[in-house]
Design a protein. Sequence first.
Length: 66
Amino acid sequence: MTTATADPASTVPQQLWSVKETARFLGVPAKTLYEWRYKGDGPPSHRIGRHLRYVPAEVHAWVRTQ
């Protein structure tokens, strides 16, 4: 009897967006994203080490709520 294991690739989330990629998608300057983050507005962002990243699905959900 063999045990089926989940394919690691199928559990890997979508690639994260950089500030530049997120700004391009939203059509705003990168500076605006930094300002929104400082004020607690804007799409959810995540600090990965020293880098700021965005989950595309969270950005899309945020846009739908606006």
